[in-house]
Design a protein around this ligand. Structure first.
Ligand SMILES: [Zn+2]
Length: 576
């Protein structure tokens, strides 16, 4: 609706209310009935009359739900509290999938669709046709702007099946609405931009913001000007100290030194952290280390401000979407864990950084026009070494002992061969040549492999492809998660689930320090969902909701079409 239209509707209603308020509320006058049909959201119902001009979706990487409750009294007035006190705070929100990782997490949030339809089974999976273990978003046809094309690098969302929030916004507005995404990670920026949005990310090898040739031929001038400011270099050697006295951190987190912490980038494992990446002057090793500091969040939010100004986001009635994926929280969490002083301090700083950003949004776009949503792509497990000290059974497991169990079982039954083609978090991929050359049943070989691998103490469950594809698993939350995460082409022939409090496979299964996420346990799945804006019925909601519900809800409020495969629903209960 135009401003003129709004004004006229309001004027007609005000006149009717003055003449006969009771009649007006009863909808009894023919003129008003007609008005009410054509303009159901009227001022008399105390509802916002126009859809949001700008939807800002903030996805904090590795941000568990309990961070909001553990530190709530330490937050400032208008950061997270804007949502917690004056927005809708959905406290029982979780992902219903197995692989609680960054690629599937962002994909579910911004498409409302699980990997069974999008193909985003994990951050990496094994490609049978090419015979390589490849990252999500690999595309030899596209290249990162400012870098040479590569055979096995992330470069586009060509492989992402179906549409997302950014795509639907572009389609519904006939390309008049803008959809921009920002991250420190190439993959979260690209996934959340869908195919038709504009993704931007901090490329550590270049020390600046870039994008991909799939989305644009060249960076806009304003991005080049932003890069010329060389903001990351200003934090070279900057000291990261605690915001509050250490006593508070000892209470809410614990000792600064914890068993299993990772000195990832020569910044040390205790406060103060001084980040130089082991260099004398800024270079790629420093720019990588920069991502592990709270200063990179300031950098991302400054880029977001420039995007809003330069692209004119939220300045007219055609809705725009801005998706901000705050990545530093994830890098810091991997190094130090969820109960570290560093994660606590990063959380408190994120709160203050968001408060500043919201103040900018209020001034630039206005609260009446801005829909805010906040969530995370996954949670995280504590450091296994620390969990053991706390008295829980915990551990790490890499691929070798698991592969050995399967090889031994199949060698014994069917003769010596290389039965396992690949083993990763996305599953166990069997060697089909070995199976077919002996005319064996794939189903039976899968079953033998599953029974062998589940004997390992770090493996909790193992599901075979044939049972998953024929929907033969007993009904449960876990089964739903398995079905959601299984994609015929990208997944393996046996899907594994880690035992609770075990880091299984991936970079951290084989490591000796640091922690991770990626499995369907509460600490990895339970994240916040919060909304704020005049369209939202404020309150604390405690019924179960799904992270796939976020994008359908945003689409509904923007009055645009929903993504092609969406599994989630519109959260009607939080809409005024
Ligand atoms: Zn992540």
């Amino acid at each position: 609706m135009s401003i003129d239209g709004l004004f006229k509707t309001g004027l007609i209603l005000s006149l009717l209310l003055i003449v006969n308020p009771a009649e007006a509320r009863d909808n009894s006058g023919p003129a008003l009935r007609e008005e009410a049909v054509s303009q159901p959201q009227t001022a008399s119902e105390n509802q916002p009359a126009a859809p949001p001009r700008l939807a800002v979706l903030i996805i904090i990487d590795q941000f568990r739900h309990d961070f909001l409750q553990r530190f709530d009294d330490l937050f400032v007035e208008d950061g997270f509290r804007r949502f917690m006190d004056r927005g809708a705070w959905l406290q029982d929100a979780r992902f219903s999938h197995v692989h609680a990782s960054t690629s599937p997490g962002h994909s579910v949030v911004t498409s409302g669709t699980y990997a069974h339809k999008t193909g985003m089974v994990n951050n990496w999976w094994y490609d049978r046709d090419r015979g390589v273990f490849q990252p999500s978003l690999v595309d030899p046809e596209s290249h990162v702007l400012g870098k040479e094309p590569t055979e096995n690098g992330r470069a586009s969302t060509r492989q992402l099946e179906g549409s997302s929030l950014a795509d639907e916004l572009r389609l519904a507005t006939r390309n008049r609405g803008k959809a921009i995404s920002i991250s420190l990670k190439d993959y979260s920026a690209m996934i959340t931009a869908g195919k038709l949005g504009d993704p931007y990310w901090f490329e550590a090898s270049l020390g600046r913001i870039t994008s991909s040739s799939y989305f644009m031929d060249d960076l806009p001038d304003w991005v080049k000007r932003f890069n010329a400011r060389k903001l990351p270099d200003q934090s070279f050697g900057r000291k990261w100290e605690r915001l509050f006295p250490e006593e508070l951190y000892l209470e809410r987190a614990g000792e600064d030194i914890r068993e299993g912490e990772e000195d990832n980038r020569d910044s040390g494992i205790t406060f103060p952290h001084v980040t130089k990446g082991g260099l004398e002057a800024p270079g790629p090793r420093y720019w990588n280390a920069f991502k592990h500091t709270p200063w990179s969040t300031d950098y991302q939010l400054e880029f977001a401000r420039q995007a809003i100004i330069e692209e004119g986001l939220g300045q007219d009635d055609i809705p725009d979407v801005l998706i901000i994926c705050l990545s530093a929280n994830d890098y810091i969490g991997h190094d130090f864990g969820p109960y570290s002083q560093e994660t606590m301090d990063a959380t408190l700083r994120t709160d203050r950084q968001l408060a500043d950003f919201f103040a900018f949004l209020d001034e630039r776009v206005g609260r009446d026009h801005t829909l805010l949503a906040l969530t995370a792509d996954h949670g995280v497990m504590d450091l296994p070494e620390q969990l053991k000290l706390d008295g829980l059974e915990a551990g790490r497991a890499g691929p070798e002992p698991l592969t050995a169990l399967v090889e031994e079982a199949l060698d014994g039954l069917h003769g010596e061969d290389d039965w396992v083609e690949h083993l990763a978090e996305s599953g166990l991929y069997l060697n089909y040549d070995a199976i077919d050359s002996r005319a064996l049943s794939r189903d039976e070989v899968e079953q033998t492999a599953a029974e062998a691998i589940v004997a390992h103490p770090a493996v909790w469950r193992a599901y075979t492809r044939h049972r998953i594809e024929r929907r033969q698993l007993p009904e449960s939350d876990l089964t739903q998660a398995v079905y959601h995460s299984f994609h015929s082409r990208n997944s393996g022939d046996v899907m594994l689930v880690s035992k609770p409090f075990y880091l299984l496979l991936g970079e951290y299964g084989s490591a000796t320090v640091g922690t991770s996420h990626g499995w369907p346990h509460e600490y990895d799945l339970h994240v916040p969902i919060m909304f704020h804006g005049p369209w939202i019925a404020a309150g604390h909601y405690r019924h179960r909701v799904d992270t796939a519900d976020i994008t359908p809800t945003i689409c509904n409020l923007l009055q645009i079409t929903l993504p092609s495969g969406r599994d989630g629903r519109i959260l009607g209960e939080i809409i005024r």
